[in-house]
Design a protein around this ligand. Structure first.
Ligand code: ADP
Length: 543
């Protein structure tokens, strides 16, 4: 018989993160740019009190353990209070992306069977329109004070967030329960088929928060000031609201003010040191900083992920602005962190270029995430940096099944990510493509990411996307879609010449199409499906 350890059993609950933040870093600030237009300052202790008041209010509304509570909100202190008040009281916090199509928002709310919806003031018109289509929703709470409440609404008994809290005394003890209890729910964006729900547990969330803070991951500490540009409805802002409580750092929350000028202003006035977001958001910020000849004075490092970060962007941030970029890969089904790009001790003496090439990869697996690549027969492929195969993962914060779906998504105990990747002998993973975005030219695969990365290095290119276009002989050939920088002049031939020596000749795009705008998904990634539709009748000059 095994000899059992004799340690206390304290469940890893989300409320314990907030209790810790309040007791040990209680005076540390959470600063928000509010939807109402002004700046708001609070502290971890105040958030703890208000989250407990919220838990009392939810109980008063009749909610019971396991009930889902939806949020349609930007990054702000009230959203943080909801994260903790809902999960902490054994309810499930279901964050919803307000940028999805309205029908999709309704579909997700109905699938989750949300009982209550918390809504930011400027997202409220969407909910007002959808309300009649949401049979499970018993209460809608507008996240504001009485004076800002909507004057007219189709919803009877609309509730006011500040009034709900004001009616409670905060004399509430976070309950203890099994750490495997569901804590939050997040749907994949469903660019193909209906969205699918990933139901995180308290345990998985706390472990993920621990891992995210580590030096080889985000490397954030109590002395940092963290501004998550990634929305709290995009995989829980990559766990940052939890990690911030765990380390007790200052949080700066930008609301819906995500343009370059507003962000830069916030970075400077609040002395932000660390941030995180998808590549597209940095395009706007970099443009603003460059064209106005500005400088960041405190901003030191940022995680960029959710889509491949172009090497040119890493270089600009590092060389021109002195901001370290940590390229990261993950997905909704993984809470989301999987890999982050960090150097090892043995890389210390490498020349700058060689280091940069390592950091351009999606990175090393962190403890808690195991990965492998397999061929079409499910046979594991070597870690040689060359063999490319389907990337599969398993670990403490990776789903074992989707919400309300019986069929297991797992393959042999591993979760198939839908990404194609290589892994080198040092364990650095590099995404070749999403399997559905790979360009299949006469049986050979071309990575759309590789083509985009080169194009993004051209000084006249603002944004670039490579997609498969139909070709009578090769089936598919690459078409490069380009948005020029404002005022820049460049021809297709010049862009194609820029590829010389950077990729094998046969992978060169067959054509370049200039557009005013590339479509993006609700999470700010290039919307390849829509682009392919847009260019489905495109005649390649080589056809
Ligand atoms: P969705 O984009 O559908 O909302 P996710 O945010 O979960 O869903 O997206 C996960 C996917 O995003 C990954 O499977 C991968 O294809 C892509 N992705 C995430 N990070 C990176 C990265 N650093 N490089 C390349 N692709 C990435």
């Amino acid at each position: 018989m095994s000899l059992m350890g004799q340690m206390m059993h304290m469940p890893l609950t989300i409320s314990s993160l907030l209790t810790h933040a309040s007791r040990h870093n209680g005076d540390v600030e959470i600063v928000s740019k509010r939807v109402e237009g002004d700046m708001h300052r609070t502290t971890w202790t105040e958030v703890d009190v208000r989250a407990r008041k919220l838990a009392q209010a939810l109980a008063r509304l009749g909610l019971q353990a396991g009930d889902r509570v939806g949020t349609l909100a930007w990054n702000g202190y009230r959203h943080v209070e909801i994260y903790y008040g809902v999960s902490g009281s054994e309810l499930v916090c279901h964050t919803i992306n307000p940028r999805l199509f309205p029908q999709q928002v309704a579909w997700i709310i109905n699938d989750a069977e949300d009982k209550v919806l918390f809504v930011d003031l400027n997202i409220f018109p969407l909910v007002d329109k959808l309300a009649a289509m949401l049979p499970t929703v018993k209460h809608v709470v507008v996240m504001t004070s009485r004076e800002h409440m909507p004057k007219e609404s189709a919803i009877p008994n609309l509730l006011c967030y500040e009034e709900l809290l004001a009616a409670e005394d905060g004399n509430y003890q976070w309950p203890d329960f099994d750490e495997n209890t569901a804590a939050s729910l997040c749907y994949t964006s469903g660019t193909t088929g209906n969205p699918k729900g990933a139901l995180y547990s308290h345990r998985s969330t706390v472990l993920h928060a621990y891992a995210a803070a580590l030096p080889d991951a985000m490397n954030v500490a109590s002395k940092d000031t963290v501004l998550p540009v990634v929305p709290m409805f995009h995989v829980n802002a990559w766990g940052l609201p939890y990690t911030a409580a765990l380390i007790g750092c200052k949080l700066v929350l930008p609301g819906h003010h995500l343009d370059g000028a507003s962000l830069f202003d916030l970075f400077e006035t609040e002395k932000v040191t660390f941030s995180a977001g998808v590549p597209t958001i940095w395009l706007g910020l970099i443009n603003h900083v460059k064209s106005n000849n500005l400088k960041f004075s405190t901003f030191k490092s940022t995680v960029i992920g959710g889509a491949a970060c172009p090497p040119a962007m890493i270089k600009t941030l590092q060389d021109d602005f002195g901001v370290e970029v940590i390229h990261a890969w993950g997905m909704t089904e993984m809470s989301p962190l999987g890999t982050l790009s960090r150097l090892k001790a043995k890389h210390a003496d490498l020349p700058k270029d060689a280091k940069q090439r390592i950091l351009e990869k999606q990175g090393k697996g962190i403890y808690g995430v195991d990965m492998r690549i397999v061929d079409q027969d499910g046979k594991e492929l070597p870690w040689d940096g060359k063999a490319s195969g389907d990337l599969e993962v398993r670990g403490h914060w990776i789903i074992s099944s989707y919400f309300k779906m019986d069929k297991s998504p797992l393959h042999d105990g591993w979760f198939p990510t839908g990404d194609v990747a290589t892994i080198d002998a040092d364990g650095y993973m590099q995404i070749t493509d999403r399997s559905k975005d790979v360009i299949k030219s006469g049986g050979e695969w071309i990575s759309s990411i590789d083509l985009e990365n080169v194009a993004m290095g051209h000084p006249a290119v603002h944004e670039a996307a490579a997609i498969a276009a139909h070709h009578p002989k090769w089936d598919e050939r690459p078409l490069l879609v380009v948005v020029k920088k404002p005022g820049a002049e460049v021809t297709a031939a010049e862009i194609l010449a820029f590829y010389d020596g950077k990729i094998p000749k046969w992978q060169l795009p067959d054509d370049v199409a200039f557009v005013d705008e590339i479509p993006h998904t609700a999470t700010g990634k290039i919307y390849k499906l829509k682009l392919r539709e847009q260019f489905k009748d495109h005649k390649l000059p080589t056809a």
